[in-house]
Design a protein around this ligand. Structure first.
Ligand SMILES: [Zn+2]
Length: 300
């Protein structure tokens, strides 16, 4: 998730208490990534966490063609248990990510995690007004799996299978008033992701698959649209549209911002050639949009 500025002040207080010897600097994709632990990790824990951070940073760098912040502080604390939880990203001093990990996590536990990549994607889009929160969470939800597939960390089957399973939670329900006016969990995270997938497919359809959502997002980042900047959403969408030469983002926003705009996902999966049955994903390369599906998750 992305958190508001007042919460960032607690991060500021914390930062002053980090002992220098606990912080490790990583240089990835032109970004300086500082990893700090709230309590001393074992050598093995430190290595696993640093490998995990590096992998996520690499995936995001593959997608954006650079790490989306010049400097980010990642503050890692341990919780009693296993897995990864409580990821939060703030636009403080270049970027601050707070996240908690289980002390007994294995390399496999970290390899399964999506949250670190999700949080890093938040660095790559400007802060917009609260009622547009769906674009921030939707981008992180969608780009996370696409970026990890492109980096070779997820198979295309896993990435598409997760989208098939997750996206229905983002469809409009009764009394929906559009993405800007329906701030439920489903519409914010997965409804935003539906917007992103539709935009990605439509940009590719209208540019002969030469451009995709990533080209729009890279242009927004290049124009200074990072988490540290407060922008009007329409400004970001217009910059993205100009970069790909077709006004897909602005048009889709007009359509989805204040109306339910239902989407037939089953028809879309058929067009893209994604078949999901009994927890297994198969691809149909004879489907009309198979080349678009392949381009979205091709490894770089
Ligand atoms: Zn998020």
């Amino acid at each position: 998730m992305r958190a508001a500025l007042f919460l960032a002040l607690s991060g500021l207080a914390f930062a002053s208490h980090i002992s220098a010897q606990e912080a490790t600097q990583l240089q990835i994709g032109g970004g300086q990534i500082e990893v700090a632990f709230s309590s001393s990790p074992s050598a093995m824990q430190r290595k696993l966490v640093l490998d995990w951070v590096s992998l996520a940073a690499h995936a995001v760098t593959v997608y954006y063609e650079r790490f989306p912040a010049d400097h980010v502080l990642i503050r890692v604390r341990f919780f009693d248990g296993r897995g990864v939880r409580a990821g939060q990203t703030f636009g403080w001093n270049g970027g601050l990510i707070k996240i908690a990990v289980g002390p007994s996590n294995t390399a496999a536990d970290f390899a399964r995690d999506w949250m670190m990549t999700h949080e890093m994607v938040h660095l790559a889009f400007p802060s917009v007004a609260e009622h547009h929160h769906w674009i921030e969470e939707g981008l992180s939800t969608y780009v996370e799996s696409v970026a990890r597939a492109r980096a070779g960390d997820l198979t295309p089957e896993k990435a598409w299978g997760d989208l098939v399973d997750g996206l229905p939670q983002g469809l409009p329900k009764n009394a929906d008033r559009g993405l800007d006016f329906t701030p439920t969990w489903g519409r914010t995270y997965w409804g935003g992701a539906v917007f992103c997938l539709l935009a990605d497919v439509e940009i590719r359809k209208r540019t002969g698959n030469r451009h995709g959502l990533e080209h729009a997002l890279r242009a927004i980042l290049k124009a200074g649209g990072t988490i540290q900047s407060d922008w009007e959403l329409t400004r970001a969408l217009e910059i993205g549209d100009r970069a790909v030469g077709v006004p897909v983002l602005s048009d889709l926003y007009k359509k989805m911002k204040s109306a339910p705009a239902p989407v037939d996902l089953d028809a879309l999966w058929k067009e893209l050639g994604v078949k999901r049955q009994d927890g297994k994903t198969e691809f149909d390369d004879t489907a009309p949009l198979a080349s678009i599906r392949k381009a979205i998750t091709q490894t770089n």
